[in-house]
Design a protein around this ligand. Structure first.
Ligand code: NAP
Ligand code: 8YV
Length: 317
């Protein structure tokens, strides 16, 4: 008999095909009575496929006594209780590196869109205003500007490399200094004061909650642009909106929000923001690579009990 796999998050058809080749697949979205399912099938479940937002609900952890692996589709895992998993001997895997380029590209996309008022200019042409009202106002060039990266990890380093096309001066803030040529700031507010652009790419969770607070936002200031491709929780959203409304912050480009998919309506009224629905890794190519890595982790676990890309918190298991 094949081991059981419970699908908690979303998955592509390609992932489903591979899951079904090796596991008896159960989809949480199709289970009407979870307690009844867990009492009948819980002990057969060896793995769950989830993502960093949905995590592994406590009811499932408790109802699947033989659960050994939780494979997440995504690199961030702030929604997974890794301590609870580690305590139960459950390996948690994620999908680092394969999404670095597209997430970094999205940061650049937002940076350019915010700088050149892309959305406003597009709407202006579509509305037929160009012929009637003439040219739109001048925008701002990213060339040669100071760009601060908050979180110089796997994706942050890729963003830094790609910013070279703008001849930007790249600086960074993270918990620890890296062996790189970019200037390090141990104080985020001080860095924001020196920056034209601040690009946020740390993990979410309690340790980074509202790291970009009102003080940092005001230090970035009326001529500054905030780009967030990390997690909505890393920025104090209410403070950011207030600053964007009264001009204490210039512009923002946002892929992520505090309470997704709910986006504060106040943002819809602002012309100085560019909004995306959390799509930084959402290309066909990158999502395929992420899905393959989820399946490779599960396959390898079935073969010899090891995994390819454990999160650090369960790497000892
Ligand atoms: P990573 O390699 O672990 O890098 C994280 C970086 O954040 C590191 O430089 C780390 O500093 C820094 N950091 C962590 N906690 C911090 C704190 N309290 N203060 C300051 N810096 C802190 O992770 P990654 O692979 O680059 O991914 C980063 C995050 O991007 C993910 O966790 C996820 O939340 C987000 N993400 C979003 C999307 C999207 O669709 N928008 C897609 C992928 C990823 P140290 O090195 O000094 O520890
Ligand atoms: C995806 C992400 O939104 O990898 C991450 O941390 O935020 C994104 O790549 C998501 O996790 C896919 O399920």
């Amino acid at each position: 008999m094949k081991p059981g796999l419970l699908l908690i998050g979303g998955a592509t058809e390609r992932m489903i095909d591979r899951f079904e080749a090796e596991f008896t697949l159960h989809r949480l979205s199709e289970i009407d009575d979870l307690p009844a399912f867990l009492s009948a099938q819980g002990p057969t479940i060896t793995g769950v496929a989830t993502n960093g937002h949905a995590g592994v609900p406590t009811e499932i952890l408790e109802g699947c006594p033989n659960l050994k692996i939780a494979a997440a589709y995504g690199v961030g895992y702030d929604g997974i209780d890794t301590d609870a998993c580690a305590a139960r001997g459950i390996k948690v895997t994620h999908t680092p590196n394969v999404l670095n380029d597209d997430v970094a590209n999205t940061a650049l996309l937002l940076l350019l869109a915010a700088s050149r008022d892309l959305v406003f200019n597009d709407a202006y042409v579509r509305a037929g205003r160009w012929a009637k009202e003439g040219n739109t106002p001048l925008t701002r060039s990213p060339e040669g500007k100071v760009m601060g990266i908050v979180g110089l990890g796997r994706i942050g380093q890729r963003i830094a490399e790609k910013l070279a096309v703008f001849d930007a001066r790249v600086v960074y803030h993270s918990r620890t200094r890296k062996d790189v040529a970019y200037e390090y700031y141990d104080d985020l507010t001080r860095m924001a004061r020196d920056c034209d652009y601040l690009i946020v790419i740390t993990p979410g969770g309690a340790a980074t909650d509202k790291l970009v607070n009102r003080e940092v936002i005001e230090a970035l200031g009326p001529n500054g642009t905030l780009i967030n491709v990390a997690r909505g929780t890393v920025v104090d959203e209410a403070a950011m909106i207030a600053a964007l409304q009264d001009g204490r912050l210039g512009w923002a480009g946002l892929d992520v929000f505090e309470d997704e998919p709910n986006v504060p309506e106040a943002l819809f009224a602002l012309q100085n923001v560019t909004l995306l629905p959390h799509v930084a890794s959402a290309t066909v190519e990158t999502r395929q690579a992420m899905g393959d890595l989820v399946c490779d982790n599960l396959s390898q676990f079935l073969k010899d009990g090891t995994v390819l890309t454990s999160v650090p918190e369960t790497a000892h298991l």
